[in-house]
Design a protein around this ligand. Sequence first.
Ligand code: SF4
Ligand code: SF4
Length: 377
Amino acid sequence: MPRRIPLRMLGADAENAVAADAAAAPRGRYARLRRCSLWLLFAAFYLLPWLRWDGRQALRFDLPARRLDLFGLTLWSHDVGWLLLTLFAAAAALMLTTTLAGRVWCGFACPQSVWSHAFAWLERRFAAWPAAARHVVWAALALWTGISFVGYFAPIADLVARLRPFAWSGGETFWVLFYALATWGNAGFLRSQVCRYLCPYARLQPLLCDRDTPLIGYDAMRGEPRGARACGQGSIAQRGRRLLDAGTAHDYALRASIARLAGQGGQRGDALASYAGTLPKFTDAQLGDCVDCSACVDACPARIDLRNGPHYACTACGACVDACDRSMDSHGFAHGLLRWAGANAIERQPRRRLRPRLLAGFALLLAALLAALFAAG
Ligand code: SF4
Ligand code: SF4
């Protein structure tokens, strides 16, 4: 039987409050961590070319002279083997870190993530300005990034001094503009699309991670079956509802995600709807702790719903965890429905210490370090 739904008109103040909330800076543990890493990496990137060591630029690749200055150490073209082995050791260390700690590089140190967060911050900060003004601010940061990058190859003080009157060579002008444009496009527009479609490292993740690698994961045993509920319902711990077994929890999660896909309509939607229709209706007392508020998906720069399972484009930035924690707070539930943990930990399975990927990573790193030492010796 049709039922009246009471509506309340929001005034201008309330609308402004909603808009301000949408434009507000991300909050939470992971947002703070991202901000710290952003400032550290920005400081390192923009200040390093200005640092001097023994009267020379501390870090500079002098390509015409085939010389690399590295904090007082000078490498020449015949040292390229050693340099390549050192880079290989760094790549092995990154792979090992990924197996041990998950995608910390992607979420907190990758230039694509860091500059995307910086550009998003500028976008929020200047949201009230006309779009052209925002682009001027973006362009200024992108241009300074291009100049700093070229400053690792050409003497940066001289490069900046030759800005007025303008006396850059054609090559310098091209590379500054090239890197400025790349920064502006990647961090201003493409953002997570780069991780999703262009980054080879994202595609390598399944090879590097196992069930004990901490990733951002959803605790389906606690959260399912998901659903909105009447106010005042306690969490499963408060109600004394037991955790679901892993199989049932994943089945509910799968069918809920199919139901959502089916709801999007289209030919595939019709086909899916017949399957999703078998999802039972749950009473408030049966529901898990996921209130199905979608705050995690809304907070995600790549619009990933981790309740559907791990996703290769997830950079482990933690924005969804912060959003879910806030949602849990507003319902009086404990944090951690979405959390940084391995699949075994989330499913309450025993964790393994000696894992094949870990041992392979250690062996690769050791071999690269020994080879680099041998080449240097
Ligand atoms: S799902 Fe999105 S918000 Fe959550 S960690 Fe991954 S990229 Fe970040
Ligand atoms: S934010 Fe948390 S409670 Fe809300 S839909 Fe996502 S997982 Fe569920």
